[in-house]
Design a protein around this ligand. Structure first.
Ligand SMILES: *Cc1c(COP(=O)(O)O)cnc(C)c1O
Length: 369
């Protein structure tokens, strides 16, 4: 039996930065400061610089980053926010916490990103507090067109960059286009911590200051509640120090991810599998996702070859049947492309430490189906 190829392997990933990360954790241990200290401050500066934004505010996770970012942009109870339904339940979860409702926009079949003709229609038909654009699987959306449409309607855009750390087009990074952007540093992300973490980046000092208050009970200064809707959502010092140690390695990791993705796209031969095109730096290759007319059979075939796969995501947001939640959304919505993709997407192994031999094995196994 051939050695198993995982979809992702965080043990291999940890080994690559083990020395830097251990030193960072040791530094925090000795510092006597474990939440919102120097490491967080330095990370915020370094990550803002990396993204090309003026401000970064560390928070507890990526879902909180969406929620607090949207709140800082003026979204709130009773409001409506346009978003996609094929990107995991994160934005919808954040909207539920805000008391706002999603207005789902269908996606484009090739890019799997928000369909801009449909967005235009949604902007015409609804009064929206914001638009959340998810750079799904790591592919930077056409932000120029998104912003053109949203600006005309006077609606702010939040970029969800939880899968797109470092993706760039014409020198501009994911997160530097919208009024604000959210990041997750969950361990599996392109830039991952040793636990939960997140951040909001923005060019606006006001938005940054609002998030800064919201992440800590609405305080300004300490113990005085100056902003409503605040709570506890802080990035701790250990995570910030780990992220500082790993940030300089991110572009190299993304390059390797892209190289693997490009090999898959060029070399996978199979009439019943559709691969994404070969992308440039606008793709951070967080996930390599193919489309197949019989996903379950392909999955089983690869499993027999000891190649593990996953499905991102098996249930679209507008199809989630959550007990007790019937009244919090506008139904029904027709999202035909979202539904078709949900039934056919399959994620192949793609992470920086995947070896060339493993990539070759995946290519042959998919080709043999
Ligand atoms: C991971 C992820 C999030 C949420 O991040 P958490 O830190 O797990 O809360 C949000 N959006 C997308 C697209 C993600 O992949």
């Amino acid at each position: 039996m051939a050695e198993q190829i995982p979809v992702n392997d965080l043990r291999r990933h940890a080994r690559v930065s083990e020395k830097e990360v251990s030193a960072s954790v040791g530094r925090v241990l000795g510092s006597g400061r474990y939440v919102l200290g120097e490491e967080c401050e330095f990370f915020e500066k370094e990550f803002a610089e990396f993204c090309g934004t003026a401000h970064c505010v560390g928070v507890a996770n990526g879902t909180d980053a969406i929620e607090l970012g949207l709140r800082a942009l003026g979204a709130g109870p009773g409001g409506r926010v346009a978003t996609v339904a094929n990107a995991g339940p994160y934005t919808t979860t954040a909207l539920t916490a805000l008391g706002a409702r999603p207005v789902f926009v269908d996606v484009d079949h090739e890019t799997r990103l928000m369909d801009l003709a449909h967005l235009k229609q949604v902007l015409d038909e609804h009064v929206l507090d914001a638009v959340v654009v998810t750079h799904l699987y790591g592919l930077l959306h056409d932000m120029e067109t998104v912003l053109d449409l949203a600006n005309r309607a006077g609606v702010p855009v939040l970029e969800d960059c939880a899968q797109a750390h470092g993706a760039r087009r014409d020198g501009r990074r994911a997160g530097s286009f919208g009024a604000a952007a959210s990041f997750s540093f969950f361990p599996t992300k392109n830039l991952g911590a040793l636990g939960d973490g997140g951040a909001v980046v923005t060019g606006s000092a006001e938005v940054a200051e609002r998030v800064r208050r919201l992440r800590q009970y609405g305080w300004e200064p300490k113990y005085r509640v100056a902003t409503a809707g605040g709570r506890n959502s802080r990035l701790d010092e250990v995570q910030a120090a780990v992220l500082r140690a790993r940030l300089p390695l991110l572009d190299g990791w993304n390059r390797r991810r892209r190289e693997i993705a490009a090999r898959y796209s060029r070399e996978i031969r199979g009439a019943r599998v559709t691969c994404p095109p070969v992308y440039g730096e606008e793709f951070a290759a967080h996930l390599y996702v193919v489309v197949s007319d019989d996903r379950e059979a392909l999955r089983a075939h690869l499993a027999r070859a000891s190649i593990l796969t996953d499905v991102h995501y098996p249930v679209a947001d507008h199809r989630q049947a959550v007990p007790g939640r019937a009244g919090d959304r506008d139904v029904p919505v027709a999202l035909p492309v979202t539904d078709a993709l949900t039934a056919s997407v399959l994620t192949l192994p793609c992470f920086p430490e995947l070896t060339d031999e493993e990539v070759t094995r995946v290519i042959s196994a998919v080709g043999a189906w």
